[in-house]
Design a protein around this ligand. Structure first.
Ligand code: SAM
Length: 450
């Protein structure tokens, strides 16, 4: 079984593990956990994650169940690598500098004595998954997001044992999702072990960064990355066929690569495929149909891809756009049980009173939200033991004491700011080849009419 944290994570966090730190909603920081080396000569050595919610020595993230909430350190961690001497009495009471962005400071940052005004925020430590990696990864390019890749992987029939060709690798978002699809970590059957991702990237810098990530994430057995211009050089790996049955092309001009994903020798554009002379190696599994998806933002690119797919004998060509929306479900107090100024819930006797009260509540809510935003940028910075205050109603009653129906009507709204168009997905199938020998073998196995 693989030791990759994406495929077989440990039950608790360990030194050397990749962890995703949840800072706030939709704000993640990937870190590799490091063991501290203990107190040496008045200093406590160890890596520290400095965030706007406080400082978190890696030691506080270790040996906890994934998903745990971790409180900020109450000691000055000397963010940005500043060294301060551990002291018995409180001369230096300065607080650690909270960075705008989370930063894993250099190894050797020092923990010092208790700082009276150290921030008391918290974060959560999460087990890596392809979905979280997509949200946390360092963007080197546009990436494919979860709503698209989950649909793509099902349409190209990615499952344990499938061999996938992917180009270009870019930031590795699709790579991480596809490796989990083709290698489920606990192979059941021998053929499950054949699952592999053959990834291609022609930008040298991105290729090296991606290769480092694959090794760091312990995925090197399951992902083979090649530095290559696939338009010119195709998809063989060290001269051999990857024997792929699933293809994903996220390239500026996917039609230029299609001639290589063929069962025949590559043709120059516009030529009809000729029978192979026997010397050409196809990157495809000769005994299985092949499913492809190409990912293009413009309809003009789609049209060129579709034309080329048809020319090369692909069938079942269709195009899909995934219009993903996140929907918020909440309770809204419209014309129902509005708390009056004395704090009692009432059903308003007349519409005017109801509207006036609603305006007042809206104003107060806006003021509260703005003050909150200014204060710390996010509700995550609120100390959990104070968070009950934010949940209290204007009437001083705890939310949980109130009947759910009295909290308002359930409404749902799509989040407006989400962009819905990422790209058009073109799908197609290349049927398996069927020779005289295949027909003879099939007839021998299932004799007709006998
Ligand atoms: N699918 C990737 C992900 O989810 O992170 C993002 C891919 S990015 C949009 C496109 C990548 O294709 C870029 O990194 C680019 O360098 C690479 N690329 C462009 N032309 C290429 C070619 N001819 N051969 C190989 N890679 C190419």
């Amino acid at each position: 079984a693989s030791s990759s944290p994406f495929l077989n994570p440990s039950a608790r966090s360990r030194p050397g593990d990749l962890a995703i730190v949840l800072l706030a909603r939709d704000s993640y920081q990937p870190i590799t956990l490091e063991q501290s080396t203990g107190a040496v000569d008045g200093y406590v050595e160890g890596k520290v994650l400095n965030t706007r919610f406080g400082s978190f020595p890696h030691s506080t993230f270790l040996d906890v169940p994934w998903g745990s909430q971790i409180r900020a350190s109450h000691v000055d961690t000397g963010s940005r690598g500043r060294k301060r001497k551990l002291e018995a009495s409180g001369e230096d009471t300065s607080t650690p500098g909270a960075d705008d962005e989370a930063k894993d400071s250099e190894a050797g940052s020092q923990l010092t004595r208790k700082a009276a005004s150290a921030p008391s925020g918290f974060v959560h430590i999460l087990k890596p998954s392809p979905e979280l990696w997509t949200s946390a990864l360092p963007h080197r390019t546009q990436v494919v997001y979860t709503p698209d890749y989950s649909y793509i992987l099902s349409r190209i029939r990615a499952r344990p044992g499938t061999r996938i060709i992917e180009a270009g690798a870019g930031s590795g978002s699709f790579t991480h999702a596809s490796v989990r699809a083709v290698y489920n970590g606990l192979p059941q059957k021998p053929e499950d072990k054949k699952g592999k991702v053959f990834s291609f990237e022609f930008n040298e810098d991105r290729y090296h960064k991606m290769q480092d990530e694959i090794v760091e994430h312990k995925l090197a057995d399951m992902v083979h990355l090649t530095h290559r211009d696939v338009y010119g050089e195709g998809f063989l790996v060290e001269g051999k066929s990857p024997e792929a049955t699933a293809i994903f092309l996220d390239l500026p001009a996917p039609w230029k690569a299609l001639k290589h994903i063929s069962r025949r020798r590559p043709q120059t554009d516009g030529e009809t495929p000729k029978p192979d002379d026997g010397n050409w190696i196809s990157p495809l599994d000769p005994k299985k149909s092949v499913h492809i998806c190409t990912f293009s933002p413009c309809i003009e690119q789609v049209m060129r891809t579709v034309t080329e797919l048809r020319r090369l004998g692909w069938v079942d060509v269709d195009m899909v756009e995934v219009a993903h929306k996140r929907i918020n479900v909440l309770r809204e107090k419209v014309g129902l049980n509005l708390p009056n100024k004395k704090g009692c819930n009432l059903t308003p006797a007349n519409v005017t009173e109801s509207i006036d009260r609603l305006k007042e509540i809206n104003e107060k809510t806006k003021d509260f939200n703005n003050a909150q935003k200014e204060k710390d940028g996010d509700a995550m910075a609120v100390d959990p033991k104070d968070s009950g205050k934010a949940n209290r109603q204007g009437n001083g009653k705890e939310e949980e004491d109130e009947k759910p129906w009295a909290q308002g009507r359930v409404v749902h709204r799509p989040e407006g700011e989400l962009k819905t168009h990422t790209s058009y997905l073109v799908f197609a199938v290349l049927p398996r080849e069927w020779s005289e020998e295949d027909e003879a073998a099939a007839s021998a196995r299932w004799p007709c009419g006998k």
